[in-house]
Design a protein around this ligand. Structure first.
Ligand code: FES
Length: 237
């Protein structure tokens, strides 16, 4: 039973993985938490999962993705190469796929500021769905005994020019409204989410934190997830 398992030693990471005989080098890499570029998901069609065989016994499918000179240097496709005995495998730089990778593009929408992108893309107006506004509310008194929620809405109406009937609030936020207004001396930052015809108060923070309004754009691809963090108030990275 023991010899139905093989050791695959990966370089330059110096990680050894034990795997069942007949599994692929790509399977072994996944088992060792090593990420090899496998754009086609292991179908043998993309040619991205090239690794170099140092020593050991394999069974490899013929492929047009490996040139004659590469084959002479020991290149194989990790997804189409079965592990038959103990192996030493080198993962070349171009085949590595880090667990988390920051992709940088020259495309202005992604690498520069949104403001720079705006100047190049016609008809594009910065209009985030989430805004933060700083409010200084008058403290209640014997002459002004308006309820906390109405007091807050009144300031939002004045500062953000939003009609009262459009403003809504989440009950979880409403519950901590009285506490945060008093503990922040009636100076708060309100996060507003624009949802169709209504504007929802989605968070209330003490003090002025209106500059820290961040949003993340996420592109979920087949093998890569790309995220871009933006300051929505300023429109830059
Ligand atoms: S993963 Fe695409 S060819 Fe190996």
């Amino acid at each position: 039973m023991k010899n139905s398992r093989c050791q695959v030693h990966f370089f330059p990471v110096d990680i050894t993985v034990e795997i069942e005989k007949g599994k692929t080098i790509l399977d072994a890499a996944y088992k060792g938490d090593l990420f090899i570029n496998a754009l086609c998901g292991g179908d043998g069609t993309c040619g991205k999962c090239k690794v170099v065989l140092g020593s050991g016994t394999i069974e490899s499918m013929p492929t047009t993705h490996i040139s004659v000179s590469e084959a002479q240097k020991g290149y194989v496709l990790a997804c189409s190469t079965k592990v038959i005995g103990d192996l030493e495998v080198i993962i070349p730089e171009e085949s590595k796929l880090d667990k988390s990778q920051i992709l940088v593009s020259d495309f202005p929408q992604f690498s520069g500021s949104l403001a720079a992108a705006t100047s190049k893309v016609e008809h594009f107006k910065q209009d985030p769905l989430v805004n933060k506004i700083y409010l200084e509310l008058p403290a209640p008194s014997l002459d002004d005994c308006m309820a906390d929620y109405e007091r807050l809405c009144k300031e939002i109406m004045i500062k953000a020019d939003i009609p009262l009937e459009k403003i809504t609030i989440n009950f979880d936020v409403l519950k901590y409204l009285p506490g945060i207004l008093r503990s922040s001396d009636w100076k708060v930052t309100v996060t507003l989410g624009y949802r169709g015809p209504s504007v929802e108060i989605i968070e209330i923070q003490g003090g002025d934190v209106s500059a820290g309004n961040y949003g993340v754009a996420v592109d979920v691809g087949t093998t890569t997830v790309v995220a871009h963090l933006l300051n929505l108030s300023r429109g830059d990275d």
